[in-house]
Every structure is written in C-alpha cells, then in structure tokens.
Design a protein. Structure first.
Length: 185
C-alpha cells in the first residue's frame, strides 16, 4: 500500500532499503484551455552539495532524456494528459547516481504556458507517484491552487549517507523551465 504524502512530509522509509530502482510518474487530467491541451512536463534537476547543477547534462527533461551518469532516464513526452495512469515517467537507478549528487528535484512545468495562457490554476488532478516495479511506494497530489504558476518543484530525493529519502514540496514559480534552470546554474 502506498504512503500518501502531504506537503513537506518526508517519506519515512529510506528508498534504498526498499529499492535501488524507482520510477517517478506524473499524471494529470486532459484539460483544453483556449482550444489547446495543457501540456505538463516532468523534469529532474540533479544537484551537488553546493545546490547547483554540476553540468547541464544533470538536468533531465524532454530534450535531455538521460543524465550524464545514466542514472536518470526520462521515458518520453506526453503532450495532453490523455488516458489513465502516468502520463510521463522518469526512471531513477539510485545505485548509479554520481557520488557528487546529493539531491534530485522533481519539477512539473507547463509547456509554452505564457504563449498559451496556461497555468496550474487551469490544470486538474496533477499528481506524482514514486514506484518500485509497478507498485506505488508513495503518492503526492498537488492540491494547492497556483493560478499564476507554470512551474512547481513537487518533490525531492535527498541523499543521506548511503540512503535516499523522498520529500513532497510545493514551491511555485513563474517562467517555466528557464526559471528553474536559472535557480540552479
């Protein structure tokens, strides 16, 4: 049975004791705004101890689908949220993560939000799940309204010694992927 997370609640079971390989799955309901489907994107920002990207290749998203160390792999871009289950998936092999990486941020952004007039106030039922095999270990539903935001850091994995923990977050931003990358470059 999955643990249901709330904002800023740390996942209480170390992930490496549960699994060396996990998946993060993003889902949302298909939403048409101004005749255009809302396109959410799942990204992972891998950070060193200085809270910065050690190299651009440690920012995994739809245009860079594999991290420099091969530990994080984006499974492809869904552009409309149609269908059941996870719309975008990122696979993480915790055993392959470069020793310099101490945390990974899971980010959801809305593609071309400014040009399309889309924001999280328009999107329904956006959620992330952390899974081992096909079993959900923990789930986090973005329940807070963020009508001006088009980028949300929804969770992070933190390395503590040889173990990883997951923490749910809701840090909202405007400016999409560019804003997020700017914070950590």
């Amino acid at each position: 049975m999955a643990i249901i997370l709330t904002k800023n609640k740390t996942f209480s079971i170390p992930l490496t004791k549960t699994a060396a390989k996990v998946h993060a799955g993003l889902s949302w309901d298909k939403t048409i705004i101004g005749g255009i489907p809302a396109d959410l994107d799942l990204s992972v920002v891998m950070l060193a101890a200085n809270n910065k990207l050690p190299a651009d290749e440690y920012f995994v998203f739809f245009n860079n689908q594999t991290s420099a160390d091969g530990s994080v792999v984006h499974q492809g871009d869904n552009r409309d949220g149609a269908g059941d289950g996870d719309d975008e998936v990122v696979a993480v092999d915790l055993g392959k993560v470069d020793a310099a990486i101490v945390q990974m941020l899971f980010v959801v952004t809305i593609h071309e939000s400014e040009a399309r007039g889309h924001n999280f106030g328009n999107v329904q039922n956006a959620a992330i799940r952390i899974l081992k095999d096909s079993a959900s270990l923990c789930e986090y539903t973005m329940t807070e309204s963020a009508p001006e935001a088009d980028a949300i850091i929804i969770g992070r994995m933190m390395r503590e010694g040889h173990e990883w923990n997951f923490e749910a977050l809701t840090q909202c931003f405007e400016g999409g992927l560019g804003t997020i990358v700017g914070l950590y470059n």
